[in-house]
Each structure stands twice: as structure tokens, then as C-alpha cells.
Design a protein around this ligand. Structure first.
Ligand code: G3P
Ligand code: CA
Length: 269
């Protein structure tokens, strides 16, 4: 199992798709803002374009987050670069009653598709080490190409903070672990550890990544995972009462759309 740096004196705050409450998700602006807001790390989702580039896009299609249509995997990077990713759509899972984000001015830092390579450069240029938690999305369709390209990019663009690879797919994490055993991996869980896993994370996985919903239902999971040697990184924690729950349970990292607010709540305790 790869060693994970854990500072027990404080809970790490990881910005989910950047400071995505304040700027379009996965935009350069959202990540810059997260760094300014004091995030310890940045979370991003990666998908492969038709011409083999890794871009930071959450959904299979670009319909929700841009003014375009179609699957990321069917579009080339040059086609994605033509789209406006600050098209004023709400974050997935956000309360529709809250209304759409105000229309954006044309600012490429907010509207341009972000490649993983550009994000790595941003992190390398930061004035302090910032961790990066990279989630592979539906990688099973690509027979290892996502992981292969991801590891090649990381080798070409080293960053001073810790990089972790996250996934809901055990197969994806096992591919990463086989090729780069020194790289910590995070197994993401929606509701529970899959029954067939018998209470254990997939072999080689360093970190447990439960949703906060899972912890509301099964708060004892944090102690069990930590007793088995796994730090616990929880997503997506935006509500003050959920931050409080995470503190009480002794989690190691909180993944949130609101890094500034969560950092302030943690500082006030
Ligand atoms: O950080 C893990 C979390 O991002 C997983 O859910 O759908 O936001 O990628 P999702
Ligand atoms: Ca994600």
C-alpha cells in the first residue's frame, strides 16, 4: 500500500472541481480560487477526448456544463476548445431552486475546457504545495488508456504536493497500483462498501473515499477504516452539519465545493 501523508493536526480541505461554488466547475478560475481560498488540495475528474487528451470534465457529455452537445469521448480537444464551459449551468446535484449562476463574461479562465496538463502546470506554479486528487471516470471503457495517459502526464509534469488517483472502479485503481505502486489510490463509495468486498477495500488501495451520505448511515465506518490503516477522505461535504459530523468522526480529508467556508468553519472550532 502506498504511504499517504496525513497531518493529524488538521483535516485537509480538498476543493471539489475547484472552488466550484464560486466559479464554473473544473475551470482554471475555480482552481485558482481554491488555491487562494486555502484549499490543501484540488479534486478533478478526467475523461479522454476522441484524440486522446485528458480533460477535466465530470459528465459523459458536455451538455450540462457547456453550450455544446455530445460525449467528450466523441469530440476532439480542438472541438472542446470552441465551447463555452461557463454557460451558467448549476453544479450537478445542486438545488435547482437556488437558480442558475449569473451569466459569465467571456473569460477563458472561466469558460475554456481545462486539460489535466494545464491543471498540473497550475499546481506546479502555486506558491505552496497543493495536493491533487484525480478521479478517473468510467475508465473501464478505455481498456487502460486513461490510466496509462494519466501516469505518463504525471511523469512529465511532477508537482510538489501529493497526487492521489481516485475512482469508483476497483479495476482502474488496480491498474494504477500495478503500474505505479508508489501513487496512493482512493476507493470511492456511494452508499457502502460493495457487499462482495467483505468489508475490505480493493487490494493496494490506500484511502477510503465514502460519501458523506454513507457516513450519516454508517458513522462507524470511519473508525473501522482507520483501524485497518486507511485514511478516510469524505465527499462532497458542503453543509455545516456534515462538516461537524466529519470532525466528530475524525476523518482525514473533506472534499467540498466551498473550500473557503469549510476552512473557516474548521478554524472556528
Ligand atoms: O470526490 C469524489 C466525488 O467527486 C465523487 O463524485 O460525481 O462528484 O465525481 P462526483
Ligand atoms: Ca469527482
Amino acid at each position: 500500500m502506498a504511504r499517504v501523508t496525513v497531518d493529524r493536526s488538521r483535516i485537509a480541505v480538498i476543493a471539489h472541481r475547484g472552488a466550484s461554488e464560486d466559479a464554473p466547475e473544473h475551470s482554471l478560475a475555480a482552481y485558482r480560487r481554491a488555491i487562494e481560498d486555502g484549499a490543501d488540495g484540488l479534486e478533478c475528474d478526467v475523461r479522454l477526448t476522441a484524440d486522446g487528451h485528458l480533460v477535466c470534465v465530470h459528465d459523459r457529455r458536455v451538455n450540462r456544463t457547456s453550450n455544446g452537445r455530445g460525449a467528450v469521448s466523441a469530440l476532439e480537444l480542438a472541438e472542446l476548445a470552441e465551447l463555452d464551459f461557463a454557460a451558467g449551468r448549476p453544479l450537478s446535484g445542486a438545488d435547482p431552486a437556488a437558480g442558475p449562476e449569473a451569466p459569465d463574461t467571456v473569460d477563458p479562465e472561466r469558460s475554456a475546457v481545462l486539460t489535466l496538463e494545464r491543471l498540473l502546470r497550475l499546481v506546479a506554479e502555486a506558491d505552496r504545495p497543493v495536493d491533487l486528487a484525480i478521479e478517473t471516470k468510467h475508465p473501464t471503457r478505455w481498456a487502460g488508456q486513461v490510466e496509462e495517459r494519466l501516469l505518463a502526464l504525471l511523469a512529465r509534469h511532477p508537482v510538489p504536493g501529493q497526487v492521489r488517483v481516485m475512482s469508483f472502479s476497483a479495476r482502474s485503481l488496480q491498474r494504477v497500483h500495478r503500474a505505479a505502486p508508489q501513487l496512493p489510490t482512493v476507493f470511492l463509495m456511494h452508499f457502502a462498501l460493495p457487499r462482495h468486498r467483505g468489508g475490505r477495500l480493493p487490494a493496494g488501495v490506500a484511502v477510503a473515499g465514502p460519501s458523506v451520505r454513507m457516513l450519516r448511515r454508517d458513522p462507524g465506518y470511519v473508525a473501522r477504516a482507520r483501524a485497518a490503516g486507511h485514511p478516510v477522505h469524505v465527499w462532497t461535504v458542503d453543509r455545516p452539519q456534515d462538516v461537524e459530523l466529519c470532525v466528530e468522526l475524525g476523518v482525514d480529508a473533506i472534499i467540498t465545493n466551498r473550500p473557503r467556508t469549510v476552512r473557516a468553519q474548521l478554524a472556528d472550532r
